[in-house]
Design a binder for this molecule. Structure first.
Ligand code: AMP
Ligand code: MG
Length: 479
């Protein structure tokens, strides 16, 4: 008996076919000495790909070997960056290789980041350094393990080419998987062309991929918009519950799918504070932790503007339609946030908003480590309040709140299933990235091991559950 040859990876080119105006055929730059740094075996298997085959096919992972039938493209998009509109951003250092159909029938994008300059590169070199690509790998996989919608990381491959930043750094390509790479900025780009047919085709493509139920609505494009508003409201509520700060919520980094995308200056908050902001370029704290729901709404208003010609034949009449739909954000966000927070404190049924508001005020006033607080609260539900009392200075305030909460009978076991022990803490991410850049992937492997099973407390991993040294942690964009 002969074994069947490994099956070839088949990629579709639906985006490029349906939306040629947004798809610039392009190819990845050669990688002089490709070396696989990390491969996501379980994701590969989930996608119907053979991890062993991928290990032997770095050309696929870096885009230098294009599977038959595929048409790699740089995607065009526009975007508001820190509030200012740029009509032409696009993939300056990224390529959509094509779409893959998973064994369970989903269509996903296979995408590269750091694959060389494209016509959208402007002043950029089109490259990415090993460190930031490893950051996207570990943080996006942590988010997935936390149950938060996100693009996934399939692999990081060192290219063997140096990238010039403040110093020379080893370069890498990230192989990314997403439900799609459609963004608010994709619609802004189409709208800015004044080509309503293109805008409609883009919306049809988005409906088909992300909101098929909208097709049967009286106004499918309004239903698509409502779908995106609801998906983003749920997503940002999940970020807020876990203490995630995205850092650069420009409209080109807000997906139509409702997945988190673009792990640049992102970080997990340690001391709970609504003003937490890490990004070196976010000097006005526009994208601070506590601003994220409001900013998501602002970004969704830009999507509404782009969609106006599809919402009503008469643009004047389209505006109130869009405003009403956008007003759905706040109740959707608040429902997702308070239901989620109610679960984090181990309770079921209708949330008691006053109890939750008092908890948030207590957290803001006393700033305990966000992740440790909720995990320690689980121990308080099981009868040992000391761990949580060690985290909070206002003991009288905490004890009064604990008494009211305990009277409702919180379930400590259930809390441990929703409150992570391990998140990618900033000092541990930095440690793993520095070692990975220097060629030692041990710290990254161990960090990944902790954060990809975040609810499962394991002996020996105490340092992954411990806050870093206090101080100002700074993250950088566009690296
Ligand atoms: P980001 O902040 O990663 O979402 O990127 C914003 C825009 O800058 C996108 O159009 C990127 O493709 C582009 N960009 C970021 N870094 C580079 C780079 N090194 N070379 C070319 N384009 C880049
Ligand atoms: Mg981006």
């Amino acid at each position: 008996m002969t074994t069947a040859p490994p099956s070839a990876v088949v990629l579709g080119n639906r985006f490029a076919r349906e939306l040629p105006e947004l798809a610039l055929p392009w190819q990845a730059e050669e990688a002089p000495d490709p070396r696989l740094l990390v491969l996501n075996d379980s994701l590969a298997t989930e996608l119907g790909l053979d991890p062993e085959q991928l290990r032997g096919d770095l050309g696929l992972l870096t885009g230098t070997r294009v599977p038959e039938g595929a048409t790699p493209v740089a995607q065009a998009y526009a975007g508001h960056q820190f509030g200012g509109f740029n009509p032409r951003l696009g993939d300056g250092r990224a390529l959509l290789l094509g779409e893959l159909t998973t064994p369970d029938g989903r269509l996903v994008d296979l995408h590269l980041k750091g694959s060389g300059r494209t016509p959208f590169a402007r002043g950029g070199d089109g490259l990415a350094a090993v460190g930031p690509m490893l950051r996207e790998f570990v943080v996006s996989e942590a988010m997935h393990a936390l149950g938060i919608p996100t693009t996934r990381a399939l692999a990081v491959t060192a290219t063997g080419r140096d990238v010039v930043r403040e110093s020379h750094l080893p370069g890498a390509v990230l192989t990314r998987v997403a439900a799609s790479h459609l963004r608010v900025g994709s619609f802004q780009f189409a709208r800015a062309t004044d080509d309503v047919d293109l805008l409609r085709r883009l919306a049809d493509h988005a409906v088909s991929r992300h909101a098929p139920e909208a097709r049967d609505a009286e106004n499918p494009y309004l239903a698509l918009y409502e779908h995106v508003v609801a998906a983003q409201a749920r997503l940002v509520a999940q970020w807020m519950l876990v203490g995630f700060v995205h850092g650069v919520m420009n409209t080109d980094n807000v997906t139509i799918s409702g997945e988190t995308i673009d792990y640049g200056p992102c970080a997990f908050m340690e001391a709970h504070d609504l003003a937490t902001s890490f990004s070196s370029i976010d000097t006005g704290r526009r994208y601070a932790y506590g601003n994220q729901p409001g900013i998501a709404q602002w970004d969704l208003a830009r999507l509404a503007e782009a969609l106006l010609p599809l919402l009503h034949d008469d643009v004047e009449q389209a505006v109130p339609v869009a405003v009403t739909a956008l007003e759905g954000f706040v109740p959707a966000y608040e429902a997702a946030f308070s239901t989620g927070l109610w679960a984090k404190v181990g309770l079921t049924g209708d949330p008691d908003d006053e109890l939750l508001r008092d908890l948030q005020a207590l957290l803001q006033a006393t700033r305990p480590d966000h992740t440790s607080f909720f995990r320690a609260l689980g121990r308080a539900a099981r009868g040992d309040a000391e761990p949580v009392r060690e985290l909070v200075l206002d003991l009288a305030g905490l004890d009064a709140w604990l008494d009211r909460w305990r009277a409702l009978g919180p379930d400590g076991e259930a809390m441990d299933r929703v409150n992570p022990v391990y998140v990618p803490r900033n000092h541990l991410v930095e440690e793993a990235l520095a070692a990975g850049t220097a060629g030692d992937l041990g710290p990254l492997t161990r960090l990944l091991d902790a954060v990809t099973a975040p609810f499962d407390e394991r002996p020996g991993l105490e340092r992954y559950a411990t806050p870093g040294p206090a101080g100002t942690y700074v993250t950088y964009c566009g690296t």
